[in-house]
Design a protein around this ligand. Structure first.
Ligand code: ZN
Length: 238
C-alpha cells in the first residue's frame, strides 16, 4: 500500500520514495507519495518524479481498486521495482486546488441544504444544491458571509473518529458534501474554526491551514438547474 503523506501534511511539496511497481495501464505505484489522487471533487496532482537526475512528467494521479496512489506518466516509462525516486508536486497547481477545495467547505457551510454535485473550476469552484423555494440565498449576502469567514482566518484542522462514533452521532456532521469512504473503520473529519465553529464534515482532501489563505471571493452566479437544483459558482476576486 502507498503511504499517503498528504493526509498528515498537505504542505509537503516533495518526498523520496521507492517504486513498488508499474500497473497494467502503465501507472507508477510508489511506497509513499505527496501526490493527491482524484477524489471527492478535488483533481489528482501533477508534477514529476526524478530518477537518476532525469524528470518523468506526471500528468495526474488516481486511486486504483486497492486504494494505492497511481502516478500517471505523460509518456510511457519502464522502472524497475525498488528504483529510488524523488516525487515533486506542481505546487502552484496543488496550492490553487487547496484554496478552491477549502473554499468549497465554506460554501457548503454557508448553504445548509443537500449537495448533489461539486467541481473545482478555472475561476474557483461550484456546488449544486437542492434548495427549496424561498430559501435561495442572495448573492451579495452569501459572498459577505463567506468573505467574513475568510477574513476571520479560522483554523482548518483534521481528526479521525471511529465509523461507529459517526453513526451514533449523525448530527456531528453539519453538511454531507462528499460521502465519507467507508470500510477502514475510521473516518477523517475536517474542522473549520475553534470548536468546529464554522464547519465539520468528513473529507479526505487537502486543505489550507486556515481560511485566510483562500483570499477574497465573489459569488459569480446562482443558476437554476431544475426544480430545486441550484448551481452556485464562486470566483476568486484576485
Ligand atoms: Zn475537504
Amino acid at each position: 500500500m502507498t503511504l499517503l503523506l498528504f493526509r498528515d501534511d498537505a504542505y509537503l511539496k516533495s518526498c523520496d520514495a521507492k517504486v513498488l511497481g508499474i500497473n497494467e495501464r502503465g501507472g507508477i505505484i510508489l511506497d509513499q507519495t505527496v501526490f493527491y489522487p482524484t477524489a471527492g471533487g478535488q483533481p489528482g496532482d501533477k508534477g514529476s518524479l526524478m530518477v537518476d537526475g532525469s524528470p518523468i512528467a506526471i500528468a495526474t494521479t488516481v486511486y486504483d481498486e486497492a486504494k494505492n496512489a497511481v502516478h500517471v506518466p505523460a509518456e510511457p516509462v519502464s522502472l524497475a521495482q525498488g528504483t529510488p525516486v524523488s516525487a515533486a508536486l506542481d505546487w502552484d497547481n496543488r496550492y490553487r486546488n487547496m484554496r478552491c477545495h477549502s473554499l468549497m467547505h465554506l460554501l457548503c457551510a454557508a448553504v445548509p441544504f443537500p449537495v448533489t454535485g461539486s467541481a473545482l473550476t478555472e475561476e474557483g469552484g461550484r456546488i449544486d444544491f437542492d434548495i427549496p423555494e424561498g430559501h435561495i440565498p442572495i448573492k451579495e449576502e452569501l459572498a459577505a458571509k463567506i468573505n467574513g469567514w475568510i477574513s476571520e482566518d479560522h483554523p482548518i484542522t483534521t481528526r479521525w473518529i471511529a465509523e461507529e462514533e459517526l453513526d451514533a452521532n449523525p448530527g456531528l456532521v453539519r453538511t454531507l458534501w462528499v460521502k465519507p469512504p467507508r470500510g477502514s473503520g475510521r473516518i477523517r473529519l475536517v474542522s473549520i474554526g475553534v470548536n468546529d465553529a464554522v464547519d465539520l464534515q468528513p473529507c479526505g482532501g487537502t486543505h489550507l491551514k486556515s481560511t485566510g489563505g483562500i483570499g477574497r471571493v465573489a459569488v459569480a452566479k446562482i443558476e437554476n438547474k431544475g426544480k430545486m437544483n441550484r448551481r452556485i459558482r464562486l470566483a476568486f476576486a484576485s
